[in-house]
Design a protein around this ligand. Structure first.
Ligand code: GLN
Length: 548
């Protein structure tokens, strides 16, 4: 003890390594072990915070304010846990701490070399996370795909740790099997190449999780096993699954948990039968849901070439699912392009086809006027509307313009010269930007929020103090608090000093659900434990009398 499981990817990225890692963690926890997950991202950025969503997808935020990869969200959602910065590293953060050590003479005059010093630094970080979480088993997901140049030092880390602790380390390859021809045969050769690439890095995988649109049959399992020195039972079929939370159960059907424990010389410690059957029952319930709830997300499209990336809002999507399933509804989620409303306001009528609308977080000016039009439409037509971060800020802009009569009200993020900067940047943030200190300097992570009784927010939370995760620079301008409240905008959540607005809403007598949060509740929603605000939003969406 402790034991280490590395997970790496073969053939191509984006095949669900993060969900596989989270699922493995889940099944091992059902056998009574304390498990934690670490994500290693191979890029040089010190964290994910400085990256464009087109490059990176969603930036997930941890309670301590770490801006990281969306896979960290999967780990938290599956394990129902809260992770910290120790569970995340990048090439950049590893080099940064190594160089800081070198500058402080930590190495005592020695030459600091890429190998072994970089892998040893990675191992030190892994051990720190293990100690902090007191995990029996640490699962480390190596981002990217084997064969990429930037992965090499992390594979070297696996090799060295295995050398140090031969019976405590295993390696799992999550590989993709493309299909070919009329018979849609899954092809094994790319995976064989991926295993050989691992071999040339001095590694042999203990398991292969064979991802593909279909299950992998025995003949092809045998092919991989024979050509790659593996046992057939160690090739695990991992076909696409509509509900990702079913994947741990699929793995268990293959006895993956017990097989992993055996390789790590571990016995079942304490089987958590109740927990496992609760998970199983929930999946069965979801698969049989008949009632539907239609939710539209009004965002800007994230296009790369001919493709649109949906995973920029992955936590929002998961939070909608958690809450809808909990209430017994199957969510149908649609992408609505806010830029379309700018071109043609008649298109706004499509919003009537939805039970509820979400205005998600975002940055910059593209699509903003369209989002403001959508908010106005939802407010006037009493369609449940939930604003997240930028969503709240734009709700305030809309309300200031159309209800308070401050015609050119805006956020200074879009119009720095507006006469009515209802959303503005605080002094301390201005200083940071002047000095170009962008990385890790927004209002980040957990902040306390006080909830006002008698509001929709209180109806959801049923408590007066909560912690929620933030990621923004701008705030509702305190100079406009009075006029906004005078016109009926209720500040139902405020920071502990009462200075900053955390939640804004309209009275339920005026609107069934018109509420926005300065924080991102989606980061704290879990499978089986939905976020109270999302539950409240879905509740009012299914009550929406305009339901078709
Ligand atoms: N762009 C806004 C800000 O920086 C909102 C950010 C967000 O939605 N996460 O305050």
């Amino acid at each position: 003890m402790p034991k280490y499981i590395f997970v790496c990817g073969g053939v191509m990225s984006g095949v669900g390594k993060g969900v596989a890692t989270a699922s493995i963690a889940k099944i091992l926890s059902w056998y009574g072990y304390k498990v934690t997950c670490i994500k290693i991202d191979p890029y040089v950025n010190v964290d994910a915070g400085t990256m464009n969503p087109i490059e990176h997808g969603e930036v997930f935020v941890l309670k301590d304010g770490t801006e990281c990869d969306q896979d960290m969200g999967h780990y938290e959602r599956f394990l129902n846990t809260e992770l910290t910065k120790e569970n995340y590293m990048t090439t950049g953060s590893v080099y940064l701490s190594l160089i800081q050590k070198e500058r402080s003479l930590y190495f005592d005059g020695k030459c600091v070399e890429v190998v072994p010093h970089v892998p040893l630094e990675v191992i030190e970080k892994i051990n720190k996370a293990q100690q902090l979480t007191k995990a029996d088993i640490v699962i480390i997901e190596i981002g990217g795909t084997v064969g990429e140049y930037q992965n090499l030092l992390f594979l070297e880390t696996v090799r060295i740790l295995r050398l140090q602790k031969p019976s405590d380390v295993i390696l799992i390859l999550v590989s993709y099997l493309p299909y070919q021809g009329e018979g849609m045969e899954l092809k094994t050769k790319p995976t064989q190449y991926a295993i050989r690439t691992l071999n040339s890095a001095g590694l042999q995988p203990d398991f292969v999780l064979a991802r593909g649109i279909k299950p992998l049959d025995e003949i092809r399992k045998r092919k991989i096993a024979f050509n790659c020195n593996m046992k057939i039972e160690d090739i695990i079929s991992a076909p696409d699954e509509k509900i990702i939370y079913k994947i741990p159960l699929n793995f268990e059907e293959d006895n993956l948990g017990k097989k992993i424990l055996k390789k790590l010389n571990l016995k079942i410690r304490r089987e958590k039968i109740k927990e496992k059957s609760r998970w199983k029952n929930e999946i069965e319930k979801i698969l049989n849901l008949e009632k539907k709830v239609k939710i539209g997300i009004v965002g800007k499209y994230f296009k790369t070439g001919d493709f649109v990336l949906a995973d920029a809002y992955i936590s929002v999507i998961e939070a909608i699912k958690h809450a809808s399933w909990y209430l017994g509804y199957f969510p149908e989620i649609s992408w609505l392009n806010s830029e379309d409303y700018e071109k043609d306001t008649k298109k706004l009528d499509e919003l009537k086809n939805y039970d509820g609308i979400i205005i998600p977080g975002g940055f910059g000016s593209r699509g903003v006027e369209g989002k403001i039009l959508a908010i106005k439409y939802c407010r006037e037509n009493k369609i449940p509307c939930f604003g997240l971060c930028y969503g709240l800020q734009l709700m305030v802009v809309e309300f200031a313009r159309n209800v308070c009569g401050l015609k050119d009200a805006h956020t200074t993020e879009v119009n720095p010269k507006t006469k009515h900067p209802v959303i503005d940047i605080l002094e301390e943030q201005k200083k940071l930007l002047k000095e170009k200190l962008y990385g890790g300097t927004m209002r980040l992570g957990d902040w306390e929020c006080q909830i006002k009784k008698g509001t929709t927010a209180f109806q959801a939370y049923r408590q007066t103090k909560v912690l929620e995760r933030h990621r923004h620079r701008y705030e509702i301008n305190p100079k406009y608090h009075e006029i906004l409240t005078n016109y009926g905008f209720i500040f139902s959540g405020t920071s502990s000093n009462g200075f900053l607005v955390e939640i804004g809403e309209l009275n339920q007598k005026l609107h069934p659900f018109f509420l926005g949060t300065q924080f991102h509740p989606e980061f704290k929603s879990r499978f089986l434990y939905p976020h109270p605000l999302f539950v409240e939003f879905i509740k009012s969406s299914v009550k929406n009398e305009k339901r078709f």
